[in-house]
Design a protein around this ligand. Structure first.
Ligand code: AN7
Length: 342
């Protein structure tokens, strides 16, 4: 399968001879969710973005941002990140032969993402501060040094991420609503762009964004100084794409709501145990929101975006899952363990 620049080049700002840095991202599964569909009384699909090469939707944006950086002659890329952007930037920088530096909030990123960024050889800086402070610092750094900033303030990131909307439309046609977790608000902005660009005059879905209750600036209408949530990926208090996200939700007659950590974790376990889909906690916010607030009136066809893979955050998974059953190495003990659970 081609990477997404190759697949959608005529809809992206890349010419036929431009350099392409790709790990064959995109073309992710769109899986029908029987149990969720039944619970909300509508047809619901899950867009499994954890199936991207580094395990999150960030790869869509990163193939474009890093390809553009190479075209511009950059020798290094930098980003602030709650984890997934760091992992993706590190991977694409490695592939392009660029140096990569990532700034993450100390102690607040999931283990898998940290392992990825380090393995790909990025310089990983653990900031004694939160994501919003990290983003402020990298924006200033990128102005002073010849480094390409690959956060979603970079327009190429949105160009890449809009292709997920194209894939949905190509695969199942128009939908009535899109449910999506919102952190820095780049992805919801990108999907809205993609839906609008696909076919002039085509039917557009309601954009329904969901934020964690402890990190819900768009819901409150004001920045959150100390955002807190179990969904570390969306622990963001002052989204960079604030206005664009609000416009997308307004123009699509959608909206933004908060979901509690408890609702997020319920959806996280439900997805894994009932639908067989293991996503990370932040991703489960889309399904948590749909379950908590219900299908929008008249919506029959809904897609929930699952932005990252469950293996990103093994610690939260182990805290939320059942425990293992210790067992002696004989047949009777194994039988007892299997049938009685003891
Ligand atoms: C799994 O990696 O901001 O609203 O620095 O990792 O576009 O920010 C991650 C965000 C949702 C929110 N789900 O997307 C980062 C970062 C997952 C994420 C979001 C993120 P945006």
């Amino acid at each position: 399968m081609a990477g997404l620049i190759e697949r959608y080049r005529d809809r992206l700002p890349f010419g036929p001879d431009d350099p392409v840095v790709s790990l064959q991202e995109g073309s992710t599964p769109l899986v029908y969710a029987c149990h969720i569909s039944e619970r909300v009384g509508a047809q619901v699909w899950l867009k499994i973005e954890g199936a991207n090469p580094t395990g999150s939707f960030k790869d869509r944006g990163m193939t474009c941002a890093v390809s553009a950086a190479v075209r511009e002659g950059a020798s290094a890329v930098i980003c602030a990140s709650t984890g997934n952007t760091a992992a993706s930037a590190a991977a694409y920088a490695a592939r392009a032969g660029l140096r990569g530096a990532v700034i993450v909030p100390e102690g607040k990123i999931a283990t898998g993402k940290l392992a990825q960024a380090l393995m790909h050889g990025a310089r990983v800086i653990a900031l004694r501060g939160n994501f919003d402070q990290a983003l402020e610092l990298v924006r200033e750094l990128a102005q002073r040094h010849p480094i390409a900033l690959v956060n979603s303030v970079n327009p190429f990131r949105l160009e890449g991420q809009k292709t997920a909307a194209f894939e949905i439309l190509e695969e199942i046609g128009t939908i009535d609503a899109l449910c999506i977790p919102v952190g820095n608000a780049g992805n919801i902005t990108a999907y809205w762009k993609g839906f609008q660009e696909w076919e002039p005059g085509g039917a557009l879905p309601q954009m329904r964004g969901f934020q964690a209750a402890g990190a819900a600036p768009l819901v409150h209408g004001a920045p959150v100084e100390r955002p807190e949530t179990v969904a570390s990926a969306i622990r963001i208090g002052n989204p960079a794409r604030w206005e664009e996200a609000i416009a997308a939700m307004r123009d699509s007659r959608g909206g933004v709501e908060a979901v509690t950590d408890e609702q997020i974790l319920d959806a996280y376990r439900f997805l894994a145990s009932q639908e067989g889909v293991f996503c990370e906690p932040a991703s489960a916010a889309s399904v948590a929101g749909l379950l908590a607030y219900g299908a929008p009136e008249g919506a029959e066809r809904i897609v929930c975006v699952l932005t990252g893979h469950g293996l990103k955050d093994p610690q939260t998974a182990l805290e939320q899952a059942g425990s293992v059953i210790p067992c002696e190495a004989d047949l009777a003990s194994v039988e007892r363990a299997i049938y009685d659970g003891s």
